[in-house]
Design a protein around this ligand. Structure first.
Ligand code: UDP
Length: 398
């Protein structure tokens, strides 16, 4: 269970927490629904776990609904996800039918008409708006990197998106789905969640030892769903270059999300490649404390994505004062101020070069980590995110 809002005073100060309660007052008792496609795995579920609870603590009656789909549906929606991030995918009439059928069934058993505002996250449940007599504001919150979407899939989804009153995207560089009715809201991390709370040295060691990771040499880690967009194979190649010059180890920790059917395939590829290298640990596990411990114990955290809506893992590591090397894409450069809180990179070689630099210059790495913590505190904490939502909902509902 997340912490109540008052606990955040010690992190962000009284003024911010007070302003949340004040701004939320006109929304007291208002039923608001968040709709997404998975309870666990990935950044959206991560945010909703804290956001929905804190909205309630601020007096809003927020609830969380999850679209139920079979393997076929999630295969289709993962293709949509890939297409929106720019991949050329097969797009057939059968896929459209599968997508619409699940959205229709979901709409029938989910009484979204009972809410005063509905927030739908990402494309999976986006079409359910089609099956309601819309009486209240609907918001489409897109977490995906929409810089260069595949037009066929985007245009198909657009027929549903235009029915929404407002859209939220994470970056001004992304295509705006509803011109004039679109906000840029940065995602956030919860500093008091099990994944981000303070841990003692003893707790960190316990987590790592429990997973057979000795802290005998510097650790580099990437913590991400096993997804091609996160480029775990590129990480292995960059590490191979580094490992020849610097004695260190790599940990790739990942989980599988219910709504991502490609995860297992990528995981198997990663394991196969990792077996050829020394000092690589690949862990498949859902464990917040392990994520927390690893982000704290690492000398450098990587998020070598090729496409990335935002990349919560970057903010999570920076919050723990660990510098991050990330792909120069999507929301990553918002978090990594190049040369200040880490490095943004565009190739395997550049990633290796920056890793070596940070491993060889721990003092500089520490400075960057500290700067990263301040940057996250200012821009990417859940309290700011909650306030943004409260203000937006007020502007649409009142
Ligand atoms: N995550 C996790 N365990 C893992 C891998 C990832 O808990 O093994 C979490 C990670 O800490 C972050 C979220 O999943 O909170 C991933 O969010 P991000 O925005 O980085 O990427 P997404 O998966 O949404 O594309």
């Amino acid at each position: 269970m997340p912490n109540p809002l008052k606990c955040y005073i010690k992190v962000v100060g009284n003024k911010i927490v007070e302003s949340i309660f004040q701004e939320a007052e006109p929304l007291e008792g208002m039923p608001v629904a968040h709709v997404n496609s998975t309870l666990y795995g990935g950044g959206v579920a991560e945010i909703l776990h804290s956001l929905v609870y804190l909205m309630n603590d601020a007096g809003i009656e927020a609830e969380w609904r999850v679209i139920k789909g079979n393997q076929d549906f999630f295969n289709v929606t993962k293709s949509f996800h890939n297409a929106l991030q720019g991949e050329a995918v097969q797009f057939t009439e059968r896929m459209k039918r599968t997508y619409l059928k699940t959205n229709k069934e979901f709409a029938k058993i989910t009484h979204l008409e009972h809410y005063d505002c509905v927030v739908v996250h990402d494309p999976q449940p986006a079409a359910c708006i089609n099956y309601f007599e819309k009486m209240q504001p609907w918001i489409w919150r897109c977490h995906i990197d929409l810089s260069k979407p595949n037009r066929k899939v985007y245009d198909f989804l657009k027929q549903f998106i235009v029915k929404y009153d407002h859209a939220i995207i994470s970056n001004k560089k992304f295509l705006c789905p509803l011109p004039g009715r679109c906000s840029i809201i940065y995602p956030s991390i919860d500093p008091l969640s099990p994944k981000n709370k303070e841990l003692s040295e003893k707790q960190i060691e316990k987590q790592l030892r429990g997973h057979s990771i000795d802290m005998d040499k510097p650790i580099v880690a990437q913590i991400s769903r096993f997804d091609k967009w996160k480029d775990p194979l590129g990480v292995l190649k960059a590490f191979e270059i580094v490992r020849k010059r610097f004695d260190c180890k790599l940990v790739l920790l990942g989980n599988l999300a219910d709504d991502d059917p490609e995860g297992e395939i990528i995981y198997n590829q990663v394991v196969k490649e990792a077996e050829k290298l020394k000092d690589v640990h690949v862990i498949l596990e859902y464990n917040d404390l392990l994520v927390n411990a690893l982000q704290r114990a690492s000398s450098v955290v990587l998020q070598k994505s090729i496409k990335e809506g935002f990349g919560l893992t970057v903010a999570e590591a920076l919050w723990k004062k660990t510098p991050v090397i990330g792909g120069n894409t999507g929301g990553i450069p918002l978090q990594i101020i190049n040369g200040k809180t880490g490095f943004v990179v565009s190739s395997i070689e550049e990633c290796a070069k920056r890793m070596l630099f940070l491993l060889r210059n721990p003092k500089k790495a520490k400075e960057m980590g500290k700067a990263g913590h301040e940057h996250v505190k200012k821009h990417f904490l859940i309290t700011r995110h909650l306030l943004d939502y409260i203000r937006l909902i007020k502007s649409l509902v009142l």
